[in-house]
Design a binder for this molecule. Structure first.
Ligand code: HEC
Ligand code: HEC
Ligand code: HEC
Ligand code: HEC
Ligand code: HEC
Length: 411
């Protein structure tokens, strides 16, 4: 394994593929399972491979996710160098436990050294997870991402009982083709794979160096619903006969749109108009959710009979001009000023829609001649100050607000 590890970075992806395929079916020395690149699995599980390739799991490292990449470079360093440390603590960057778990298992920080590192959360990350230990260690320290799992080094893990690899069958998600024999030793592990434990090591909670829980999807899902639905029940539906690996979230506008119902009602009262915007979160977790800089802004405008805007709830800065129109988890410093997640010392408020919440926001519109009121809900992957700070290297489409809800009321 030592020898293999040394020569590996010199080989191209094709050679890697060939070698690992023959290594696993032949007698030669086997590469460790957590170095098998996803393209190898994709030879048989074609459809699953394509779904995964489009997901954020495949783009989770600083090399492929420009948003994570910009923050990682600030908080740690160059993802192509060995020996990088977390600036706040001087330790191995905790980020890699979740964003590049195969590298974390080897304590490497040179993410271009191996396709199984640069692929981030790839097939073998999840399919070698054997047992979930939980994110709270006995010593009181957090165990995040890969550190929260025990891994199998000798067999892949999956949801079903088999029999595995005994005779040619259709690989799940193969998209047709010929029956094949599963080339990997495979172990049934339904207790882990059919429940949220398969996700919670990386998704339950993320604390910054000041121990502020900057992300807590699992906590709020598990805490508020009994019995809690599994993550897979929404994120991994069976489509075309196999479990989907698309795992869409905030990067998929259509997915967010589906989670929100928006209406607006308006009536004239003397020379004013009373408008009520109603938002309903149809999810069992908060909306927005996940990364704390995700936010939604409700833009309300009143139009006259020529369709001209005669009033709006804010011009430039919704947070200052109309705070109720901003839905987000507010991370602040001791002085109460908004800061980036790593610097937060406390939670300054939470205006996100809670699971299942229906919220009304009311406006008294003073403008005369109003003929209609329009509400548009915008979803942002990042906050404005964050874009100002790290936006230079981030593509425009990730900085632009996405319309995830809209409604009109005529008077
Ligand atoms: C040569 C084709 C081939 C390759 C390459 C391959 N598989 Fe499979 N795989 C199969 C077949 C056939 C089955 C169904 C029979 C079985 O379960 O053993 C299967 C089943 C599975 C299952 C389902 C087991 C369950 O519990 O439902 C998982 C998970 C899986 N493979 C993951 C992987 C991963 C991860 C890789 C890459 C490391 C991979 N496979 C590479 C052919 C392949
Ligand atoms: C983020 C974790 C994760 C990643 C990454 C991942 N899987 Fe899975 N996979 C799962 C879970 C969880 C299940 C079981 C879901 C269930 O049964 O509800 C599963 C199920 C499967 C199955 C069985 C599907 C079926 O319908 O029988 C196969 C095959 C499989 N995965 C292959 C792959 C391959 C190939 C890749 C990489 C291209 C991959 N997985 C990447 C978590 C993952
Ligand atoms: C080994 C760690 C790990 C595991 C296990 C894992 N994830 Fe993830 N997941 C991540 C990371 C890291 C990201 C963020 C990638 C990014 O945006 O850079 C992510 C992103 C996501 C997203 C967001 C996609 C978007 O559009 O922003 C969803 C949804 C998701 N995961 C669902 C799941 C589900 C469901 C499971 C369990 C079946 C799971 N994950 C298991 C690490 C993991
Ligand atoms: C009832 C269905 C449902 C369940 C259960 C569920 N999710 Fe989600 N999740 C969604 C939808 C829909 C979205 C897209 C809306 C959004 O981004 O807030 C989403 C978004 C996400 C995101 C992306 C947030 C962002 O903006 O980038 C992550 C990560 C995620 N879920 C992980 C999980 C995990 C982990 C679990 C289990 C602990 C889980 N979800 C359970 C429906 C669900
Ligand atoms: C416990 C696991 C975990 C750790 C540790 C972790 N992250 Fe993440 N990170 C995630 C998950 C899961 C997501 C996806 C959440 C979502 O989609 O809302 C994410 C998303 C992000 C995003 C947003 C990416 C995007 O495309 O919008 C950034 C930026 C980020 N993380 C930076 C970091 C940095 C920097 C570190 C280390 C200081 C770190 N993370 C440590 C799990 C983790």
């Amino acid at each position: 394994m030592q020898g293999f590890f040394r020569v590996m970075p010199l080989m191209g992806a094709a050679a890697w593929l060939l070698l690992s395929a023959t290594a696993w079916s032949g007698e030669e020395e086997k590469p460790p399972l957590h170095h098998v690149p996803s393209a190898n699995c994709g030879e048989c599980h074609k459809e699953i491979y394509l779904q995964w390739s489009d997901s954020m799991h495949a783009k989770s490292t600083a090399l492929n996710d420009p948003i994570h990449g910009a923050v990682y470079r600030l908080e740690a360093g160059d993802p192509t160098q060995e020996g990088v440390t977390h600036k706040a603590t001087g330790a191995y960057p905790p980020c890699l436990q979740c964003h590049a778990p195969n590298a974390a298992r080897d304590k490497s920080t040179k993410l271009d050294a191996n396709p199984a590192y640069s692929e981030g959360v790839n097939c073998v990350v999840c399919h070698t997870m054997k047992n979930y230990k939980g994110i709270h260690g006995e010593d009181g320290k957090m165990r995040m991402g890969a550190a929260a799992y025990e891994f199998a080094n000798d067999s892949l893990q999956g949801p079903d009982g088999g029999p595995h690899g005994s005779k040619p069958t259709f690989a799940p998600g193969s998209g047709g083709g010929e029956p094949t024999v599963n080339p990997f030793p495979q172990q049934a592990n339904p207790m882990l794979f059919k429940g949220s434990d398969a996700c919670l090591g990386c998704h339950q909670m993320m604390a910054n160096p000041q121990k502020v829980a900057v992300c807590n999807i699992g906590e709020n899902l598990l805490g508020k619903n009994t019995p809690a639905p599994t993550c897979q029940s929404c994120h991994m539906p069976v489509v075309n006969g196999f479990v989907s690996h698309e795992m869409a979230g905030g990067h998929d506008t259509n997915r967010v749109k589906k989670s929100l119902a928006t209406t607006v009602a308006a009536k004239a009262e003397g020379d004013k108009v009373q408008a009520v915007v109603t938002l309903k979160n149809t999810l069992l977790h908060t909306l927005p959710n996940g990364a704390p800089f995700r936010n939604m802004v409700v833009k309300v405008t009143a139009l006259n009979d020529k369709g001209e805007v005669v009033w709006s709830n804010f011009k430039e800065n919704p947070m200052q001009e109309d705070p109720q129109s901003v839905l987000m988890l507010k991370l602040v410093n001791d002085e109460g000023q908004p800061v980036m997640p790593p610097q937060a010392t406390k939670i300054g408020g939470d205006s996100r829609l809670q699971p299942g919440e229906q919220r009304q926001i009311t406006y008294t519109i003073p403008a005369p001649g109003v003929k209609s009121v329009k509400a548009v809900v915008l979803f942002n992957l990042m906050t404005k100050p964050m874009i100002e700070k790290i936006g230079a290297t981030i593509p425009e489409d990730l900085k632009k607000p996405a319309v995830v809800g809209q409604a009109d009321a005529l008077l």
